[in-house]
Structures are given as structure tokens and as C-alpha cells.
Design a protein around this ligand. Structure first.
Ligand code: CAO
Length: 463
């Protein structure tokens, strides 16, 4: 039975620190995962949770004392978890499931829950201490600039038990008072500390999602086996962008009945146009690309087909038609997918759009896109053609109702007036929310977009 808690590994670069607070006293009954000391290192201030439970018999550290990884912090005399130990012994190590996500911990006040309440997870904790997966430092700088939005209430993925969170007691208190689980909050502070602003931003996200929609439906989580049973594995903390993408995609996939409509656009003349006028746009500071042209064409298509520039609100039984045309463009960056928005694309010239697209893509790749830059989009374009591929089925970026995917344009033989002629054909894929849009409308919309690319003057007939 473990009766002494030693300072565990705290992260790749933290091997010691100064005890700034001791949260426990002799005689306290404590539980695994309960914060016991606050430790200040040169990198961050961390609360260190215990991996053992029991009644504290001795505290080996005091405030202001320097401690190293492996130093004894406190001892317990009765080991409240002793009763669970036979259970652990029965289970062969490799068949033990992952420790359960923690229960709602009250990080900055010693919790007084009865030990039996957590008997199951406590038992596992005692044998699989906090250091089983070395708690990693949060990649703070990456999270800081990439936080697209506060995390929504689903899925309720909790931190790995034992991974400490750096935050001051007042921030923890605030989180507790407003009902935020501090372990779910991403930090925006380069030091890795969770700040008051982080907690407030997270709390705002709990009430509504990014676009002000109702809270999303819960997405069931897939239970993971212990992969170490079959070989070596490596753990990497999800970046804020990856986490957010995962949540958005899962929510959209679970709640939107998708249909994907395919077509091809003959962009031979557009390619000739790009070659001819690319220099002019370059002088203005942009790049006349297929994506830039598509943004302009899509803005016109959204005016022609308002149901594609809408949101379906099943709760109120309404369709919300937006009278602005803000086109999001998926940008592939080192840290994942970012979707900045080109506002009022219907009112901008092609050159203006090309310049803005170059700017937002550069900004996204330089990690400078703000939350504001990504909000308010009414339709999204995802062009993977620069990378390759013949087709893909994009996922609608909720609460929008449609997204256009573009694959690599290639020269193909096209049968025209009795002869095969080489034409540059761009594969298009339109995914849409079948609750809001019928199949025939999907086909019409995409054909209209293809025709507008083939004969741009056609648009003017309706304009
Ligand atoms: N077919 C053939 N070639 C294409 C093409 C297409 N559909 N789209 C772009 N290209 C070419 C461009 O012409 C350019 O070639 P040159 O350098 O010879 O002129 C090259 O590919 C690179 O294009 P680009 O990336 O500079 O410019 P872009 O405006 O076409 O694309 C952007 C901008 C931001 C959309 C793109 O860089 C990008 O990030 N795409 C990935 C989007 C993504 O990840 N989507 C997935 C989201 S869903 O999981």
C-alpha cells in the first residue's frame, strides 16, 4: 500500500520547484487526485494532485521550501484505499482499463467526499499514479494564438488524472463559482497558466457556440482500449485547434444529414485568364488563384440561391436567411485547419478578394488569425486541388448549410461538337444539409457555379 506521496514528474522540463502553498494539514482525509501543494517553478505555477488517499499523518514540506521530483511530500497513516487493493491485485496489469476521468474535483480546496464514492477509480489511481503518463506542459504559446473559441460543453473529455493545471487560487475559485471545470480550460497565457480571462472565455462558450447557436448535442465518445497491450505508443496532447476541429466535425457529422453532389467545371478559360491577368493582381499584392475566383463566384451563387446562405433552426422551426455574404476559406496550416472569413465577398472586386485571400492565408499560417477573423461565415470553400486528389466529401461547417470542396483540376479529353478536345476540368463537390436543401437545389446550385466558372458573363444575365 502506498503511504507516502512523492513529488511526481511534472513535465519535460520541470524537475524541481518551490512550494508556494500547502493545501493539506495533518489529520486531513484526502483522496487521490486532490491537489495537495502548489509548486512554483521557473516555468509556471502548478497545483500538484496526490496519487494516494488516506489520512495525512505527516507533511514533509513547508511553504517556501525547494523540492525535487522524487522528494517525499506527505505520508498517510491509514490508506483509505486499502480496502480496494485486493481488487487491484486480481486484475492483470495489461487488462486494466484506463483510469476513469476524474469526478468533479474542487481543485483549490481539499475535497471532503467520502472515500467510497470514488472507490473504483481510487483503486486504479493508487496503482497507476499521476506519473504513469508524465504530465506534459501545455503547449501554451500554440494554444494562445490558436484558440479559435472556448471549448463547448461536449464531448466531456477530461484531463488525464494527475496532469496538473497551473492557475492561481483566485482563478480556481472563480472557475468553481461559475461552474467551470478548470481542467477543461485551454490557456492563452504563454507561461501555461490558466488565467481569469481564459475561464471567462470558456464560460461564455458553455452557453452558446461560436455562432450563437444553441448548445450542441452530445456526441457519444468511443471507449478506447489500452493500446500498450499491443505495442509501444506515444501520447501527445491535443492542440487547441485539433481539439476544436474534432468537436466541430463530430457535432456537424452527428447532427447534419449530409448529401454530397459532384460536378466538374471546365476552367480552361479561367486558367488562360489567370495567366493573362495574374501579374496585375500581383502588383496589387495578391495572387489570382482558383480559390479567389471561386470566392467571388460563390458570393454571386449565394445571392441567387438564398437557401445556401442560411441556417436551419429546428428549435424555433425557422430558416434564417442571411443578407450578407461572408465566405470562409479553409486554410491548411502546420497546426491544423483554420477557416478565416472574407466578409461581404459580393461587394469586392476579384483583385480585392485575391489580395485579402493572400493576406488571410498568410495570417493563418503565421498563427495570427483571431477568433473574430473566423466568425460569421455563411458558406465555406475548401480547395484541396493544390495538394491533389480527384474528389472528397467535405463536412458542412455548422451552423452553415453547405460547403464547396474543390479537387485538382486536370486536362481531360472532353467531347465537344463531335470531337474530343483537351480541357482543364476542376472536380467540384458540394456537401449540404439535407434538412435545409433538397437534392435538386443542390444539383442546380453546383451546376450554376460550374457554369459561372465556364462562362463568367452568364452571371451578369441575372445580376
Ligand atoms: N486544381 C489545380 N491546381 C490548383 C488548384 C486546383 N483546384 N487549386 C490550387 N491549385 C494550384 C494553384 O494554381 C497554385 O499553383 P501555382 O503555384 O502554379 O500557381 C498552387 O496550387 C498553390 O495554390 P495556393 O495554395 O497558393 O492558392 P489557392 O488560392 O488556390 O489556395 C488555400 C489557397 C488557402 C485555399 C490553400 O493554400 C489551402 O490551404 N488549401 C487547403 C485547404 C484545406 O486544407 N482544406 C481541407 C479542409 S476540410 O478537411
Amino acid at each position: 500500500m502506498a503511504n507516502q506521496f512523492k513529488l511526481p514528474e511534472l513535465g519535460e522540463n520541470v524537475s524541481s520547484g518551490t512550494v508556494s502553498k500547502v493545501f493539506i494539514s495533518v489529520g486531513d482525509s484526502i483522496e487521490p487526485d486532490q491537489p495537495v501543494i502548489e509548486l512554483e517553478s521557473d516555468k509556471a505555477v502548478l497545483e500538484v494532485p496526490s496519487s494516494i488517499g488516506g489520512t495525512v499523518s505527516e507533511i514533509h514540506v513547508k511553504e517556501g521550501q525547494k523540492v525535487n521530483v522524487g522528494d517525499a511530500v506527505f505520508s498517510v497513516k491509514d490508506g483509505a484505499k486499502a480496502k480496494d487493493e485486493p481488487k487491484k491485485a486480481e486484475a492483470p496489469a495489461e487488462e486494466k482499463p484506463e483510469p476513469k476521468p476524474e469526478a468533479d474535483a474542487e481543485p483549490d480546496a481539499p475535497a471532503k467526499k467520502p472515500a467510497a464514492e470514488d472507490a473504483e477509480s481510487d483503486g486504479k489511481e493508487a496503482e497507476a499514479p499521476a506519473t504513469r503518463r508524465a504530465p506534459k506542459e501545455r503547449p501554451a504559446a500554440r494554444q494562445a494564438e490558436s484558440r479559435p473559441a472556448p471549448a463547448p460543453p461536449v464531448p466531456a473529455r477530461r484531463r488525464t488524472p494527475g496532469a496538473p493545471v497551473a492557475a492561481s487560487p483566485s482563478v480556481r475559485r472563480l472557475a468553481r463559482e461559475i461552474g467551470v471545470d478548470i481542467y477543461e480550460v485551454a490557456t492563452s497565457d504563454p507561461s501555461g497558466r490558466v488565467t481569469e480571462e481564459d475561464v471567462k472565455a470558456y464560460a461564455r462558450g458553455l452557453n452558446t457556440d461560436v455562432e450563437g447557436m444553441a448548445p450542441r448535442p452530445a456526441v457519444p465518445e468511443i471507449e478506447l482500449p489500452d493500446f500498450t497491450r499491443w505495442g509501444e505508443v506515444e501520447y501527445e496532447e491535443l492542440s487547441a485547434v485539433r481539439r476544436r476541429t474534432a468537436e466541430n466535425m463530430a457535432a456537424a457529422w452527428a447532427s447534419i444529414p449530409h448529401v454530397t453532389q459532384f460536378d466538374k467545371a471546365d476552367i480552361t478559360d479561367i486558367e488562360a485568364f489567370r495567366k493573362k491577368y495574374g501579374k496585375l493582381v500581383e502588383q496589387a499584392g495578391g495572387k489570382l488563384t482558383v480559390t479567389a475566383i471561386l470566392v467571388r463566384v460563390i458570393a454571386a451563387a449565394l445571392k441567387k440561391f438564398p437557401q445556401f446562405n442560411a441556417t436551419i433552426d429546428t428549435a424555433s422551426g425557422e430558416i434564417i436567411y442571411k443578407r450578407y455574404y461572408h465566405v470562409g476559406v479553409a486554410v491548411d496550416t502546420e497546426r491544423g485547419l483554420i477557416v478565416p472569413v472574407i466578409r461581404n465577398a459580393d461587394q469586392k472586386s476579384l483583385t480585392e478578394i485575391a489580395v485579402e485571400l493572400s493576406e488571410i492565408a498568410e495570417k493563418a499560417r503565421a498563427r495570427k488569425t483571431s477568433l473574430e477573423d473566423m466568425q460569421g461565415g455563411t458558406f465555406t470553400i475548401s480547395n484541396l486541388g493544390g495538394i491533389g486528389g480527384t474528389a472528397f466529401t467535405p463536412i458542412v461547417y455548422a451552423p452553415q448549410v453547405a460547403i464547396l470542396g474543390v479537387s485538382r483540376a486536370q486536362i481531360e479529353p472532353v467531347y465537344i461538337d463531335g470531337t474530343f478536345v483537351p480541357r482543364t476540368m476542376a472536380p467540384l463537390a458540394l456537401s449540404y444539409d439535407h434538412r435545409a436543401i433538397d437534392g435538386a437545389d443542390g444539383a442546380r446550385f453546383l451546376r450554376w457555379v460550374a457554369a459561372a466558372l465556364e462562362q463568367p458573363l452568364l452571371q451578369l444575365l441575372d445580376a
